[in-house]
Design a binder for this molecule. Structure first.
Ligand code: CTP
Length: 475
């Protein structure tokens, strides 16, 4: 962060003429007015900020109308009377206006009882000290920082803390518990210990918050530079168990006859971090987070084999749509992509563990299609073994798989493979209606190509179909 004195704040604000304009209109109306919240925080943290929130000690709606008038042609005001707020838009500029308020909340709802208040009332009802700073825009005090809860100190100390007793702040609006972890993750700040204890104490209150608001925060955690830290904090304060029980269930180690399996929760976070390091986008990150989600349901103890997780990828594949639906994630091709990667995530490892045959690699390429590169990236991220020799063996074999992928792709064009003999052609040639035999022939020709029995070409495929049909007594 950078420390900014009043001179510097004036200079920064003057670079956007709208701030002096707002101050002039507020002076005309005889109200105190401040830019407040995230915009002020981001000035100090040198982060880009989209919204400009303005608070005045008086009517935010009247100030907004006055500002829109002064901005002239093209400025639009939207008034939200019920909330006592107004928005002004002109070109890329977006301003939110509100009158300073005091709020109190009833126990079972997020709907506050709102009354007019002073600037300090307004600041203390905000979520965190770093979000409760205000800079005056009135001409006489232009650029003066009002920071009654020492937000600047907390930014210097890299701390997330609440202005009031954290039990009050979180109980008033439990979404703030998610915001607390989200800001700690995005900014790489620590959560002040009393604030953290209040997260633990108030965690059950998250149940009154809608899924849409929770996923908004989770997606911000997921998009940050270190999402694993966010999930670690959610786990430690007890929120994860409530909002994402399937992920929480990965936690824990069982031992039988002195044999323990790894803790799949911490393993998953390591894989997530590896995917982030390799530049994975948000959906590949989700695939990493969910790749082993089927493990708790598939866990068995086998006296010969030890702990097994047979078919955990298929169980995981089935769980993905349920989880996406519950978390309010999109149920479209993005869900299908995550599902596909979860389903296939064991395949390259199995191939790399055995002999890397052309046939196995062709089949992998056929099933993964265009997602093959991201699948390989996920699988490499999944090698978290502490045994360096074992790790190296896998990585070497992966290199071999990758080389074969390139080689086979050039030779056989398997990615997005369409069989060179279509169902229609088979039906026409053998005078068949749609029936089981057509399916058998289609599968046989696909398998023959993937197994390298015949090349991926029309003539060879047709000859293969004719021979096979002959054997089946179709001609
Ligand atoms: N705020 C709050 N409690 C909330 C949400 C918001 O006290 N549950 C206050 C904070 O002072 C915050 C301001 O409203 O700074 C604006 O909120 P918002 O636009 O949601 O967040 P920002 O802090 O601007 O950060 P971001 O844009 O990253 O969400």
């Amino acid at each position: 962060m950078r420390l900014l004195d009043r001179e510097q704040l004036i200079e920064i604000l003057q670079a956007q003429p709208v701030f002096e304009l707002i101050g002039r209109v507020a002076d005309e109306q005889g109200v105190e007015c401040y830019v407040v919240g995230g915009f002020v925080r981001d000035l100090f943290l040198e982060r880009p900020s989209k919204d400009i929130d303005v608070v005045c000690v008086g009517s935010g709606i009247e100030l907004a109308k006055g500002v829109a008038k002064s901005l002239g042609r093209g400025a639009r005001v939207s008034v939200f009377k019920n909330f006592g707020t107004a928005q002004v838009k002109k070109g890329p500029v977006e301003l939110e206006f509100v009158g300073a308020r005091r709020e109190s909340y009833s126990h079972d709802s997020r709907k506050p009882i709102v009354e007019d208040g002073t600037l300090e009332d307004d600041q203390q009802r905000r979520d965190f000290t770093i979000n409760a700073m205000a800079i005056c825009l009135n001409a006489a005090r232009f650029g003066e920082l009002v920071d009654p809860f020492d937000g600047v100190w907390d930014m210097q100390d890299r701390l997330i803390a609440t202005p009031l007793d954290p039990d009050v702040t979180f109980s008033d609006d439990p979404l703030r518990m998610m915001r607390c972890i989200r800001f700690a993750t995005q900014l790489n700040f620590e959560i002040e210990p009393e604030t953290f204890e209040a997260l633990e104490r108030n965690r059950e209150r998250i149940k009154i918050i809608s899924g849409e608001r929770i996923i908004d925060e989770l997606q911000k955690i997921m998009s940050s530079d270190s999402p694993a830290r966010g999930f670690e904090l959610l786990f430690q304060c007890g929120l994860l168990e409530l909002i994402f029980p399937e992920l929480y269930a990965l936690h824990g180690v069982e031992t039988m006859n002195g044999r323990a399996h790894k803790d799949n929760f911490w393993h998953t976070l390591e894989v997530l971090t590896n995917v982030v390091k390799k530049g994975g986008d948000i959906w590949l990150r989700w695939a990493a987070l969910l790749h082993d989600i089927g493990k708790p349901k598939s866990k068995r103890w086998d006296p010969q084999l030890g702990w097994t997780f047979h078919n955990h990828n298929y169980i995981g594949e089935k769980m993905v749509p349920q989880i996406f639906r519950r978390l309010k994630l999109p149920m479209d091709e993005r869900m299908k992509y995550v599902q596909k990667l979860v389903s296939l995530h064991m395949r390259p490892i199995v191939i790399a563990d055995e002999e890397v045959t052309d046939s196995a690699v062709r089949r992998l390429l056929f099933e993964a299609g265009d997602d093959i590169d991201n699948l390989m990236l996920l699988c490499e991220a999944d090698i978290t073994s502490k045994n360096e020799v074992r790790k190296q063996r896998f990585l070497d074999n992966f290199r071999l798989v990758r080389e074969k992928l390139v080689d086979l792709e050039e030779r056989d064009r398997i990615r997005n493979f369409q069989p060179p003999v279509s169902g229609e052609e088979i039906m026409e040639r053998f005078h068949l209606q749609p029936c089981r035999e057509v399916g058998v022939l289609k599968t046989a020709v696909k398998d023959a190509i993937l197994d390298g029995v015949i090349p991926n070409e029309h003539e060879a495929a047709l000859q293969f179909v004719i021979d096979k049909a002959h054997k089946m007594g179709l001609c």
